[in-house]
Design a binder for this molecule. Structure first.
Ligand code: C5P
Length: 227
C-alpha cells in the first residue's frame, strides 16, 4: 500500500514547503483542483525538482464528452504525471476513448475512474444516482475495468468488493482516510489504516490529517510505518 499526500494547501509556497519536508519519504503527491487551477504545470515541475522520485497524481476528475476527455487525457499525459483520474459516470465510450488515445504513448500514466466520492453518504448518493453506493460503485468499477482503465477511486468500504468483481490487480485508491481517527471534516465514508489494509487498498490518500498537523513529517513517517 502506498501513501498519497494531498497537496490541497492555499498557496503554491505552502504546497512546496510541505513537499520539501517530505522530500526523503517514499510518497506520492496528489495535485488536485485547487492547486492545479491556481499553479498549473510549473507546480508539477517544481515538485519533481524537489525530488525526481516523487510520483505525481493529477486529481482533476475529468468529466466531459468522449472526444474532449480523450484530448484532456493526452494533455495530462503530456504533463509527465504518473497518474490521473476521470469520472466513471462519463461512461464506457468516453473511458475507452481515453485509453485508446494513450495507447501510442510510451509509459502512459495510470488512469483511475472515480466511482462514488467519499463525501457522499447513502441518502445524498441516492439523491443523485438513484442507487445504493455499493451497487453503483461496483457497476462504475466494472465499466472502468471493461474500458481498460487501471483502477478506481473509491472508499475503503467498496475496495474489496470491486477487486472481487474485477481482478485483484485492478487498483483501488481510497481517499477519506483518517489514519489514527482524526477529525473527518466533510468526508462521510472514512476509515483508518487498519481497515484500509484489511480492505486491500493499493493507495491511500491523506490530506488534512497530514497538512493540518503540527508535525506533518512525523505523521507521514508514522503512516508509512503502519502500511
Ligand atoms: O483532507 P482529506 O484527507 O479529506 O483529503 C482527501 C483528498 O482526496 C482531497 O484532495 C479530495 O479532493 C480527494 N478525494 C476525495 N474523495 C474522492 C476523490 C478524491 O476525498 N472520491
Amino acid at each position: 500500500m502506498k501513501l498519497c499526500v494531498a497537496l490541497d494547501l492555499p498557496t503554491a509556497k505552502k504546497n512546496l514547503d510541505l513537499a520539501r519536508v517530505l522530500r526523503s519519504e517514499d510518497v506520492w503527491l496528489k495535485v488536485g483542483l485547487r492547486s492545479y487551477i491556481r499553479d498549473g504545470q510549473p507546480l508539477l515541475e517544481e515538485l519533481k525538482a524537489i525530488n525526481p522520485n516523487f510520483k505525481l497524481f493529477l486529481d482533476l476528475k475529468v468529466y466531459d464528452i468522449p472526444n474532449t476527455m480523450a484530448d484532456a487525457a493526452e494533455s495530462m499525459a503530456g504533463l509527465g504525471v504518473d497518474m490521473f483520474n476521470v469520472h466513471a459516470s462519463s461512461g464506457k465510450q468516453a473511458m475507452t476513448m481515453v485509453m485508446d488515445r494513450l495507447s501510442n504513448i510510451q509509459n502512459p500514466p495510470i488512469v483511475l475512474a472515480v466511482t462514488a466520492l467519499t463525501s457522499f453518504d447513502e441518502p445524498s448518493f441516492n439523491e443523485v444516482y438513484g442507487e445504493s453506493i455499493e451497487k453503483k460503485a461496483s457497476q462504475f468499477a466494472n465499466d472502468a475495468y471493461e474500458s481498460g482503465l487501471n483502477g478506481v477511486v473509491c472508499s475503503v468500504y467498496e475496495s474489496r468488493l470491486i477487486k472481487n468483481r474485477t481482478t485483484q490487480n485492478f487498483l483501488a485508491l481510497t481517499p477519506g482516510i483518517r489514519p489514527f481517527g482524526e477529525d473527518v471534516g466533510d468526508q462521510k465514508r472514512v476509515a483508518n489504516l487498519i481497515t484500509a489494509k484489511e480492505e486491500m487498498s493499493d493507495f491511500i490518500v491523506v490530506g488534512r490529517p497530514i497538512y493540518l498537523s503540527d508535525d506533518p513529517l512525523g505523521v507521514t513517517k508514522k503512516i508509512i510505518e503502519n502500511i
